[in-house]
Design a binder for this molecule. Structure first.
Ligand SMILES: Nc1nc2c(c(=O)[nH]1)N[C@H]1C(S)=C(S)[C@@H](COP(=O)(O)O)O[C@H]1N2
Ligand SMILES: [Mo]
Length: 334
């Protein structure tokens, strides 16, 4: 396949260019960065999807009520809001880091439902409004480490995944939890065009072992920076597993199934040698194409603000999760 010129993640100037020029200019023009790097056929498709108009702006987030347990307030500088909500991976809306913010604004989240079924005593379908009322929300400041070797520190708002699963009463056969993103090519252009969506198999799917899912760190996330999630961050509800690479944190979830067998996962299906089922952050196990020993910290911007720091085992959460993997070869089970 022909390669189209595109800034690489590994290029340290990417962020500088991206934030100082690209996003501002493209946003002013009402076009997505992707339209400049895509082949003509895909540009035409994206244009027809937008019907010649610029995509809808994201609705303003609604303020949420939440507690701030001191346990989840590490002394770390937060990644600024504009980076958390402007530098995203959400391939359903394009491959460029600016695409989700530019293209996901119209995602319809009213009347959103999440179905929980499979190996459970009580299959249940919950409305997002019900979820927001049923579970007391808390703010947790978590590190986020993308497999692409960049990192952020994000104040998420949500509740423990284990509490959601408990509602459905998993039975003794439930050994894994499988998650699925919304399947709606009419709303998600990347799902019907491989040039926009990177040729992944859609809908996006992810999975955890049941003991990983029940770990208190596993967080069903409904907000960020005090308000409901913007579409580009996976509105209205997504998973955050901070000890794993970011791609485990599946966005815009509609379906959760408890299973007996290990479920397939999107990135593992796409490139099994590069992305495993576990995807635990590990500085000693490199990606086949780059080192994982250190990471680029997404900071407050600026040309000289290119900070690298060592990557931590389990992204700094070893104390909470290392016990889950006792006796497991982390090099084989990447
Ligand atoms: N459905 C879906 N979920 C997804 C992705 C995606 O492309 N589609 N990207 C993943 C990746 S690679 C990362 S790093 C995180 C990024 O989350 P953020 O944009 O909120 O920082 O979302 C993850 N969840
Ligand atoms: Mo990622």
């Amino acid at each position: 396949m022909r390669r189209y010129p595109k800034l690489r993640e590994a290029d340290v100037t990417a962020e500088k260019v991206f934030f100082s020029q690209r996003r501002t200019i493209l946003k002013a023009l009402g076009i997505s960065a992707a339209t400049l790097t895509l082949p003509l056929s895909a540009r035409a498709d994206l244009a027809s999807w937008f019907k010649g108009e610029s995509p809808a702006d994201a609705p303003a987030g609604k303020p949420l009520d939440f507690s701030k347990p001191s346990q989840w307030r590490p002394d770390l500088p937060l990644t600024p809001f504009d980076k958390v909500t402007g530098y995203n991976n959400f391939y359903e809306f394009g491959l460029d880091k600016a695409d989700p913010a530019a293209n996901a604004g119209g995602l319809k989240t009213q009347g959103w439902q999440v179905r929980i079924d499979g190996e459970v005593a009580k299959p249940v379908t919950l409305d997002i409004d019900d979820i927001l009322k049923r579970f007391p929300l808390e703010e947790r400041i978590y590190r986020l480490r993308c497999v692409e070797a960049w990192s952020m520190v994000v104040p998420w708002i949500g509740f423990e995944l284990g509490k959601l699963l408990a509602l459905a009463e998993p039975n003794s056969q439930a050994r894994y939890v499988a998650f699925q993103t919304l399947d709606d090519p009419a709303q998600m252009p990347g799902q019907k065009d491989r040039f926009i969506g990177g040729g992944l198999q859609y809908p996006y799917i992810e999975g955890l072992r049941i003991d990983e899912a029940m770990n208190p760190l596993a967080f069903m996330t409904v907000g960020v920076y005090g308000k409901t999630l913007p579409p580009q961050n996976g509105a209205p509800i997504r998973l955050i597993t901070p000890w794993k690479y970011g791609f485990k944190g599946i966005k815009s979830i509609v379906h959760i199934t408890l299973t007996r067998e290990q479920p397939p996962t999107t990135w593992n299906l796409s490139a099994p040698d590069e992305y495993g089922f576990y995807a635990n952050v590990n500085p000693h196990v490199d990606h086949p194409r780059w080192s994982q020993a250190s990471e680029r910290v997404i900071g407050s911007g600026g040309i000289l603000d290119v900070k690298r720091q060592p990557t931590l085992l389990f992204n700094g959460y070893a104390e909470q999760v290392a016990g889950l993997y006792r006796g497991l070869d982390l090099r084989e089970n990447y």
